[in-house]
Ligand binder design. Sequence first.
Ligand SMILES: N[C@@H](CCC(=O)N[C@@H](CS)C(=O)NCC(=O)O)C(=O)O
Length: 209
Amino acid sequence: MRLFDFNRAPNPRRARMFIAEKGISIEKVTVDLYAMEQLRPEFLAVNPAGTVPVLETDEGVYLTETVAIASYLESLHPEPPLMGTTGIDKAQVLMWNNIVEQQGMAAIAEVLRNWSPGFANRAFPGTVDYAQMPELIERGRQRMTQFFDLIENRLKDRRFLAADSYTLADISLLAITEFASWVRVNPLRGRPALAAWHEAASARPSAQA
Ligand SMILES: N[C@@H](CCC(=O)N[C@@H](CS)C(=O)NCC(=O)O)C(=O)O
């Protein structure tokens, strides 16, 4: 089994933190996004979407979404459970993980990819070039505020985002809370519940992954 990885990017970090929480080790293959290695034919044969992380299973199947990688590893290594144990907990983990990806990650990506010169013509990952649209930057920032306010409200009286223990949803939230600094936003400012949650989450050894 191998993980196609890049240590500076937030989505591969989610996979690495999940692996670290499981206490397992998986061979890593670096795909240097700064050198655009994700668009080389040999990597596009692994993942036509040109994104990392990708988990290559022992059977040669490529899993190209973090949630799928997590789900597969959870099935192989159920302890400690990171995706819920009861029906309702499993549903809540997927629900909050989706909210983090589709509202939080998407909003930050909207700002970053339409703003940073490093993403000129790279408004989306993959082989098709998309021009930046600067008018989306401010909208993305508003969506970020809306997302982190939602999370602040959720965490007011809870230790963890989705269930009674640390899960994939928390891992995803940790990755994107820190990813916000890429667009010079500190989501902890003025959000005490998120700040307390972040202090605890970032103290976990897996946060170093
Ligand atoms: N939905 C995917 C997202 C993967 C993704 O967008 N990865 C980024 C790095 S954080 C990437 O590979 N970007 C390549 C590019 O921008 O060309 C997941 O859940 O892992």
